[in-house]
Design a protein around this ligand. Structure first.
Ligand SMILES: Nc1ncnc2c1ncn2[C@@H]1O[C@H](COP(=O)(O)OP(=O)(O)O)[C@@H](O)[C@H]1O
Ligand SMILES: N[C@@H](CCOP(=O)(O)O)C(=O)O
Length: 319
């Protein structure tokens, strides 16, 4: 569950006096999510989300994340719009943390991904890339390939407790991925965590994208590779090429992929699997028993990585 910081009714009432969104009608913690504390907030003027940023988010990055969301929302992409307080600030202190209020998006995320979800997902990703291009500030990817060796080193001494030989195998795979990582592909702002739980659907259409707290400026096709990992594998870890084809078709209907981008898909997909494997491995080994969050299984991404390692070029993804 993701309510790490409790907010009292009194603290919330005081916080709301700084905003023009009316007074509290209902307020409850949201059990989903991993990184931050989220509350659903109903006021006399509508529904909102209150987020308190927890320790994994660097406060220095918050203005960039909120600026990007403001830009995307202002240019027609459905994502949470940060609400500004009367003094114009969209980040304010609450319960000892930095907090923001954003608009509430209707819809639900797909608990079971169907082929029908994948084409609209691809289209939404391309629109995010195109719309984001008008936002000038940049943010380097803190979880880019040059950060992976350090991340693995933190887990390496205990990696073999998860699976015998895992530490050595990952070190070898990581070396290969970094050596083959593409240079000079088109870059821009990417979501970098567009998993099914961050995409809301309503009546069969995408109603909004949330959770921009890993967003950064990096290779566009890497964002596609993240989605291929998160959306196109079945429960038995077989790759569903029909889903992949639909995702890529949706994307390419709005933004064409160059030959270099499609050629790089296998290594980008390996890298995306490695990135989530490494953060999950770290969390798996470092989340204390009884913590509020259940760590996700790193081996889910090891199995995906094995598929990408065996992939014979972009054809494996339906291209
Ligand atoms: N703008 C929003 N509109 C509606 N629900 C939201 C919104 N933002 C977050 N939520 C709810 O909060 C949950 C966790 O949000 P998320 O941003 O994924 O948290 P975290 O960054 O902690 O992983 C979502 O699954 C959703 O139920
Ligand atoms: N999508 C990541 C974990 C990040 O969680 P989120 O709730 O912030 O999307 C993973 O599955 O490893």
């Amino acid at each position: 569950m993701a309510v790490y910081t409790e907010v009292t009714d009194e603290a919330l009432a005081e916080f709301l006096t700084h905003y023009n969104i009316g007074s509290m009608v209902a307020f409850r913690g949201i059990a989903e999510g991993v990184e931050n504390s989220n509350y659903a907030l109903k006021t006399t003027q509508g529904d909102f989300i209150l987020t308190l940023y927890e320790k994994r988010v660097d406060p220095a990055d918050l203005p960039w994340f909120l600026g990007l969301m403001e830009h995307l929302a202002a240019h027609g992409l459905s994502c949470p719009l940060p609400v500004r307080a009367r003094d114009g600030k969209n980040l304010n202190p609450l319960a000892g943390k930095i907090a923001a209020i954003t608009t509430f998006l209707p819809g639900v995320w797909p608990r079971r991904v169907l082929v029908e979800h994948c084409e609209p997902l691809g289209a939404a990703l391309a629109k995010l890339h195109l719309t984001g291009a008008g936002f000038a500030p940049t943010r380097a990817n803190a979880l880019a390939p040059d950060a992976w060796a350090e991340l693995l080193a933190k887990s390496a001494p205990r990696a073999d407790s998860v699976q015998p030989g895992l530490g050595g195998e990952l070190a070898q795979m990581l070396h290969g991925i970094v050596a083959n990582w593409p240079r000079n592909l088109p870059t821009g702002h990417i979501h970098a965590d567009l998993f099914p739980d961050n995409v809301f659907f309503l009546d069969g259409e995408i109603s909004g994208l949330i959770d921009f707290y890993f967003a950064c400026t990096d290779i566009y096709a890497y964002d596609i590779a993240i989605c291929l990992n998160a959306w196109c594998f079945e429960k038995d870890f077989s790759f569903n090429v029909t889903k992949s084809r639909a995702l890529l078709r949706g994307y390419m209907a709005h933004r064409a992929l160059s030959e270099a981008e499609t050629a790089a898909l296998p290594v980008l997909a390996q890298g995306a699997a490695m990135r989530f494997l490494l953060t999950r491995l770290y969390d798996w080994l470092n989340t204390p028993p009884g913590a509020m969050v259940t760590p996700k299984d790193p081996l889910d991404y090891y199995r995906r990585l094995r598929f990408h390692n065996a992939a014979q070029g972009p054809a494996a993804y339906g291209l």
